[in-house]
Design a protein around this ligand. Structure first.
Ligand SMILES: [Zn+2]
Length: 116
């Protein structure tokens, strides 16, 4: 038996404007995924909360690593005191050399690697 989580969220369409790069992934294949369940190769489109769906200006491909509170990237130190487990979705966010640490429970709209 497979369990499913349901979230009381409203997911808007992927924006078709000059502020958002055309997505290479199929938004119809996107799923709500907590940060802790993001896998290597998943394409992240947006962060989602009770206020709605906040699409990033550009999608990016996840390459999760363990969170290291002593990481010197300049971002990890900002979240080290957050209340809850933290995961790093990539250790090189858009080629910046900085990590993308998130609370494990943060919800994302992402296209699973298996369908990209
Ligand atoms: Zn870091």
């Amino acid at each position: 038996m497979q369990t499913m989580d349901f979230y009381p969220m409203v997911i808007s369409r992927y924006p078709q404007d000059q502020d958002h790069a055309p997505t290479l992934a199929d938004p119809a294949a996107a799923r709500l995924v907590p940060a802790v369940d993001i896998a290597v190769g998943d394409v992240i489109l947006a962060v989602v909360d009770a206020m709605g769906c906040d699409y990033f200006n550009e999608e990016y491909t996840a390459n999760p690593t363990d969170f290291d509170p002593k990481c010197e990237c300049g971002v990890c130190c900002e979240v080290a005191e957050e209340d809850g487990p933290i995961v790093v979705l990539t250790a090189d966010y858009r080629g910046s050399g900085c990590c993308d640490p998130m609370l494990a429970k943060t919800l994302f709209l992402a296209v699973p690697a298996a369908v990209t």
